[in-house]
Design a protein around this ligand. Structure first.
Ligand SMILES: [Zn+2]
Ligand SMILES: [Zn+2]
Length: 442
């Protein structure tokens, strides 16, 4: 137990703090009793044999919820954006807006006819458009010039080219046969759902292999001695009879994540939490709750149904990332890939974020039910950095998670005081007095 006011450890029976003298308010919600931590074993003592258990899968209802019922809106937006050419429509709309803006600006001025004539040739050479640049302007604006006309031209040009890009393929199909657009649309949706299902099954089947290639390892003997009883206790409190496999990644950043058959904990997280069983128990319970509810399944499904867009986005994010040293190239890529990043960050992720946020809070609620609220709250207070996502798409989703401070608030027990300055905070350790091997005082 820790003092509310000064944060120093106090004996569990104390009513006033021996360090600062403030009275310790009784907690209305039972704080998790730390699970038994195995003491040091003597060398001769037997150690439970570590075997690779078969990877457990979440219950069937988690699969159904993850794929079908949890997030219909997100599925629909993914299918439409990835399989019905939304980035293409956005790209053409942006192109039309730029062209229309330029036409509006120069039209009616002295240089107008010359510029328009040249633009006509250049544009026709780069992208054969079915419209002439001047046609991007509404007829009423043909006699206005300057900024106003540029704005009108941008809006009108964007709308015209975007609308054309969205409708032209369907009109062409309709001219072939009135039933073709419907058949193609149904075909796209069926393909998207099929690819999504394959992606979910495939990523779950190859999960262990991919994690190990990515640097995850099994627990060492001493890690298992310390962690396995803790994980068993967390699983028991969540009514999980067959928990997933726990793997360790030797990354320094304090992160943990749940997939469909594995929970991964970064070694840096264990270090940063100081191997505190209450804090680590809170984190493990949160991740086990994600696994049990199948949240990784809905995340994989959201990627799978939008697979072409997901892959394009990952390529775009990586290209923009690696060209950071060559600014002009990076800006060129930003412009060229703008429609892909905008479709993902502006449409698909915001719709998916609704579910992702709800999943986070649902996992936090399971932590409260399991009696680990205090430990998990303390872990969040300490890290202030949690579940960051491992690819560009996941990072964009994780960026929409509820703020850590507000999640901590939900984990607080009523009637208990929580000082703003958390003595568990990791930064507290960094801000201490500098140490030196040289005597600094006389
Ligand atoms: Zn105190
Ligand atoms: Zn989470």
């Amino acid at each position: 137990m820790f003092c509310d006011q000064c944060g120093k450890p106090v004996p569990p029976s104390a009513t006033t703090c021996p360090h600062c003298g403030s009275s310790l308010a009784p907690m209305t919600v039972a704080v998790a009793t730390p699970p038994p931590v195995p003491g040091p074993r003597r060398s001769g003592e037997s150690v439970p044999e570590q075997r690779e258990r078969p990877a457990r899968l979440p219950p069937a209802r988690a699969w159904l919820a993850g794929v079908l019922t949890r997030d219909v809106r997100s599925t629909a937006s993914g299918v439409i954006c990835a399989w019905f050419g939304v980035p293409w429509v956005l790209l053409m709309a942006a192109f039309g807006a730029v062209l229309g803006g330029i036409v509006g600006l120069v039209n009616g001025t002295m240089v107008g006819p010359g510029v328009l004539d040249r633009m006509d040739k250049i544009v026709g050479y780069v992208v054969p458009l079915p419209v002439k640049p001047l046609e991007l302007l509404p007829t009423a604006a043909a006699q206005i010039g300057g900024i106003v006309a540029a704005l009108i031209g941008a809006v009108s040009g964007g709308w015209k080219l975007g609308y054309m890009a969205a409708t032209w393929p369907w009109e062409a199909l309709y001219e072939g046969d009135p039933t073709w657009p419907w058949m193609v649309a149904v075909g796209q949706v069926v393909t998207a759902l099929f690819v999504g299902a394959l992606w979910v099954l495939g990523s779950s089947a190859t999960e262990g292999l991919r994690l190990r290639i990515g640097g995850c390892r099994r627990m060492s003997r001493r890690e298992r001695l310390w962690l396995a009883p803790l994980v068993a206790e967390c699983a028991r409190r969540l009514d999980i009879t067959r928990p997933p496999v726990l793997l360790i990644h030797d990354r320094r950043e304090p992160n943990a994540y749940a997939l469909t058959r594995h929970v991964v904990i970064n070694q840096g997280l264990l270090d940063d939490l100081g191997y505190d069983p209450v804090m680590v128990g809170g984190v493990v319970t949160h991740e086990l709750a994600h696994w049990q509810e199948g949240h990784a399944i809905s995340a994989a499904w959201a990627k799978g149904v939008a697979l072409p867009l997901y892959l394009l986005y990952e390529i775009a994010v990586r290209l923009i990332d690696v060209t950071g040293r060559i600014r002009p190239l990076q800006w060129l890529l930003r412009v060229l890939l703008w429609s892909v990043t905008t479709t993902v960050r502006g449409i698909v992720i915001p719709i998916h974020a609704h579910t992702a946020r709800a999943n986070e809070l649902a996992a936090d609620d399971r932590v409260i039910e399991a009696g680990y609220a205090e430990g998990f709250r303390r872990a969040l207070a300490r890290l202030r950095f949690y579940e960051q996502g491992r690819d560009g798409w996941d990072r964009a989703v994780c960026a929409t998670h509820p703020p850590i401070e507000l999640r901590m608030e939900r984990l607080e027990s009523p009637g208990r005081r929580y000082p703003l300055r958390d003595d568990y905070a990791l930064s507290a350790g960094l801000l201490g007095a500098p140490t030196s091997t040289v005597r600094r005082t006389e």
